[in-house]
Design a binder for this molecule. Structure first.
Ligand code: NAD
Length: 367
């Protein structure tokens, strides 16, 4: 039976979800709310949604499923507003917020006792891009799509959501909202704080040490890439997960203190162990396995340092979509450099490996 889906917030996440839903459910009607006209117009023109409004309350009563894809504060404001609207009985409400406890708590406060269902959700994919213009039907492919069931979630709520979102090609997983916030504080929120702190420290330092800007290379780039994230989103993430993040900061201060003391004492063994342990721990982590969070499918080509060599490889890969391309300067030896190309899925990776192996003499390694 065709359903009516209402997506509030046609930004990167909301508009990408609309495309994913349309892929498997072309017969569903998708209604969209957006505050600014630009994303409404794009979403309509590109066929992501069927109808658009700038009045959130007006479309809500028509929906079988409502997805709030807005900043956390606004998500909570709309949950409050939904509590006073005459919604369809049994409507499912869900969201996309990057932290979950504050949102789930708001639903327990405002929606309990109403004939509605709710399941918190966090699609773990995204980028620094914003707005409907950046929407990508493949954004969520192979990414974790986390559900945080609560007292307003019945088993059929999850089944209906998974069916609705099947076209996203994401990997659904369930976890308690508080545990979600604890885990993401360690592996996502706190690393963003570190990246931005390191960036700021370096910028200040570079005022007196001009060469710092010039010498910053691959390691520094990898450590600070996420400092380019959207400030508004990260402010609301930190403010909605305060205690957990503060706990991580305190823990980290102790670690810095410890390695600082080892350096000051000249304790060679402790310093060696510090690096060695981290190296072993990283090597054992999901990141290195195919299918881990944010995993991509990487191929390394040993290319000679010659003119046009990268262009030649890209020419061979014409028609295959690349997620990223990177030259690993640090691994450069005298003659060979290592070109790292990342793909979104295994088929593209295999195709690329075959094309490069068949058409060049370069060594191709898949990791
Ligand atoms: P976006 O900036 O692309 O879109 C945000 C949307 O919210 C836009 O439609 C904007 O018009 C609307 N909006 C902002 N403030 C509003 C307000 N006060 N009133 C009404 N509408 C308002 O951002 P996005 O990346 O699509 O993020 C949406 C949600 O998804 C956020 O909760 C974010 O935490 C979460 N999320 C983002 C990512 C990511 O990497 N981008 C990943 C996972 C989850």
């Amino acid at each position: 039976m065709a359903k009516t889906i209402y997506i509030a917030g046609l930004g990167l996440i909301g508009a990408s979800m609309a495309l994913g839903i349309k892929r498997d459910h072309p017969d569903y009607e998708i209604l969209g709310y957006n505050r600014s006209q630009a994303s409404r117009d794009i979403a309509l023109k590109e066929g992501m949604i069927d109808r658009a409004t700038d009045d959130f309350a007006s479309f809500a009563p028509m929906a079988d499923i409502i997805i709030l894809s807005l900043p956390i504060k606004q998500t909570i404001a709309f949950i409050k507003e939904l509590a006073n609207l005459d919604l369809k009985e049994g409507v499912i409400i869900s969201d996309a917020g990057s932290t979950k406890s504050a949102i789930v708590d708001a639903t327990e406060q405002y929606l309990a006792g109403k004939p509605v269902r709710f399941v918190g959700a966090h699609p773990m994919a995204g980028s620094h891009k914003t707005g409907a213009a950046s929407a990508d039907v493949n954004l969520f492919e192979n990414a974790y799509y986390i559900f945080t069931p609560s007292s307003l979630t019945s088993p059929d709520t999850l089944e209906e959501m998974k069916d609705l979102l099947s076209g996203l090609h994401a990997r659904f997983i369930e976890i308690d909202a508080k545990e979600h916030d604890r885990v993401t504080s360690q592996i996502s929120h706190f690393p963003h704080i570190l990246a931005s702190s390191l960036m700021e420290q370096t910028a200040v330092y570079a005022q007196e040490h001009e060469m710092a800007r010039r010498f910053a290379a691959g390691g520094f780039r990898d450590m600070t890439r996420i400092a380019e994230s959207e400030p508004g989103m990260w402010t609301s993430i930190l403010l909605s997960n305060r205690e957990t993040i503060l706990d991580r900061i305190e823990d980290f201060k102790e670690r810095l203190e410890e390695i600082g003391q080892a350096i000051s004492k000249g304790d060679e063994e402790q310093i060696w162990n510090f690096f060695n342990q981290a190296r072993e721990q990283r090597q054992a982590m999901e990141i290195h396995k195919r299918g881990g969070v944010d995993s991509s499918y990487d191929l390394y080509v040993d290319v000679p340092d010659e003119e046009d060599v990268i262009l030649r490889i890209l020419e061979l890969l014409r028609g295959t979509s690349l997620v990223n391309i990177h030259i690993n300067e640090e691994n450069r030896e005298d003659i060979h450099g290592i070109l790292q190309i990342s793909f979104k899925n295994a088929q593209d990776l295999e195709r690329a490996e075959r094309l490069i192996s068949e058409n060049t003499d370069y060594t191709v390694v898949i990791k």
